[in-house]
Design a protein around this ligand. Structure first.
Ligand code: HEM
Length: 505
């Protein structure tokens, strides 16, 4: 097992969301001419940013512009990646986000959000690769340089270029501060995950976000390798633990792309109606749906003890768990961020000590029947790397807007993870869409839910707001605010693997 991570071999998106580069555009393309596509890839290899920060000796040009490349299984196959690597690629990656009706159902991609309705990534317009271009300013010139003369011969865009916008202070289109909570990747490989952990921690093993390193189970996630003869120029590293094979997966990861639209007017007008036109009450209800105020403040008090992996500078935003709010009277149990990261350890926090633990394992001693319903979070973290698009529409203006302005707004949601099923899909299906999350009923994520009735649950359009009085406020008929317009599962290869793909005959 490697004793250190060679950051120069890892695409930069794993280290950073390139937030300083406020201009960005993504291209989802189909390869129409393999020879030109490979020649294009060779021509841009030197431009792809790695994960060495400029302050750690990285290329200073990387401060100003970035290029990142991720491939779907169809893209890799077209470019000649040997069929044998399929054994190491996860099945969900090979099948794709839209490849199976069952997957779509589990992810909540049904009805108007079904792949047949998508602008891209659905049947017959799956992207072979996404080309992600970032720049501090003057994006167009950099984009022209990246595309070069081969672009239009090599590729067909499966959708219009995916623009992004930069809203001040990292505000997402609904008007909430975003990008506050991320897992801290253990780049130093110092963390040895234990079999059971009793405290929520934010420092997560590198193997959860990069292939080739121990994950939170202290095991290696399965990864693709190629036979030695298929890498005659020895571009890839020898695959540890797999004699005679070279490591295609090492330092790569999976990239999940969900192209989401947001109905900003719809959200604020609904909240306004529920608040009888009172501005403060409306903002308060919005905060309860998200789990943070629009300014990003958590709704629960900060923990007294520090949390591993929370840096001092982000303590005021992130040093909290929901242990002090078991019934959700401060932050509703179904709030978006509480569902997306319930901040629980492997066992409830009061389970330290042999006897307490033994009692719990035998099923005794839970303070409430719903005390232990949420799966441990350290196995289900994702690194979010998305960008928003569309012009700002402030909540107060959204409330006043009599007819929709028809201007698209939303989030190009991107996340990175080593195991799509256990990480992104679990968060999306069990926690966000899960109608029985933490013992709740008839509801899904108040922001993300598609409100479609499912087997055994005729309505999923409720949002429960527990109150101090003991009686919960039940908000019924919550509309759909977020819709899916495209997406896919991609592989973000290491820099070596990119060179290997470009060198294939
Ligand atoms: C348009 C759709 C979405 C909007 C408007 C949205 C909005 C937000 C906001 C405002 C936050 C709080 C800021 C922060 O903690 O960084 C947040 C956090 C988060 N969101 Fe979303 N989000 C969206 C989609 C998604 C999706 C699709 C997922 C994954 C399935 C997701 C997973 C998360 C996670 C993991 C967090 C951090 C929670 C924590 O660690 O406390 N979000 N989101």
């Amino acid at each position: 097992m490697p004793s250190a991570i060679d950051k120069s071999d890892v695409q930069g998106l794993v280290r950073t969301a390139f937030n300083d580069m406020i201009e960005a555009r993504f291209h989802a393309v189909e390869i129409i001419d393999v020879t030109s596509a490979r020649a294009w890839l060779q021509s841009v290899l030197a431009l792809v940013n790695n994960s060495v920060a400029p302050k750690e000796g990285g290329d200073p040009a990387q401060k100003e512009r970035a290029l990142q490349l991720a491939f779907s299984w169809s893209g890799l196959r077209k470019l000649g990646v040997p069929a044998g690597t399929a054994d190491g690629f996860s099945l969900e990656f090979q099948s794709g986000m839209s490849g199976e009706a069952n997957r779509s159902r589990r992810l909540g991609d049904v009805g108007g959000d079904a792949p047949e309705q998508w602008k891209w990534g659905g049947p017959n317009n799956v992207a072979d690769l996404v080309v992600m271009i970032y720049k501090i300013d003057n994006l167009a010139a950099w984009e022209t340089e990246v595309q070069g003369p081969l672009w239009s011969k090599a590729f067909r865009e499966v959708t219009q270029p995916l623009d992004t916008s930069h809203l001040d202070n990292d505000i997402e289109p609904f008007g909430f501060k975003d990008g506050l909570s991320q897992p801290k990747v253990d780049w130093a490989l110092s963390r040895k995950a234990k079999r059971e952990e009793f405290d929520f921690g934010n420092l997560i093993t590198a193997g959860e976000f990069l292939l080739g390193y121990p994950n939170e189970y202290n095991k290696l996630t399965e990864r693709p390798t190629v036979a030695e003869k298929e890498d005659p120029n020895r571009i890839l590293m020898p695959a540890e633990g797999a004699p005679g094979r070279r490591d295609f997966g090492l330092n790569g990861t999976y990239l999940v792309f969900r192209d989401l639209t947001q109905d900003v007017r719809g959200l604020w007008q609904f909240l306004d109606k529920q608040s009888a036109g009172d501005r403060d009450a409306r903002l308060q209800l919005g905060a309860l749906a998200v789990g943070r105020t629009t300014k990003g403040d958590p709704l629960v008090p900060l923990s007294e003890k520090p949390i591993a992996g929370i840096e001092p500078k982000e303590e005021k935003d992130n040093r909290f768990t929901y242990d002090s709010d078991p019934t959700g009277t401060r932050c509703p149990i179904g709030a978006h961020i509480r569902r997306a990261n319930p901040r629980v350890a492997d066992m409830p926090s009061d389970t330290k000590g042999f006897f307490k633990r033994a009692l719990r394992l035998l099923g005794f001693g839970a303070p409430r029947p719903d005390d232990d319903l949420v799966s441990s979070v350290r196995f289900h973290r994702v690194l979010r790397r998305g960008r928003e698009y569309g012009p700002e529409l402030k909540p107060d203006d959204a409330v006043k807007q009599t007819t929709p302005d028809g201007i698209p707004r939303g989030l190009r949601f991107i996340c990175l993870n080593a195991n799509i099923t256990r990480q992104f899909e679990f968060v999306q299906q069990a926690w966000s869409m899960g109608t029985k999350f933490a013992g709740l009923t008839e509801q899904s994520d108040p922001l993300l839910g598609n409100r479609t009735a499912i087997n055994g649950c005729l309505t999923t359009a409720t949002f429960t707001v527990p109150q101090d009085t003991g009686l919960a406020r039940c908000i019924e008929g919550v509309p759909q605010f977020v819709s899916l317009r495209g997406g896919g599962y991609f592989f973000l290869p290491s820099i070596r693997a990119l060179r290997y793909i470009a060198s294939l005959p």
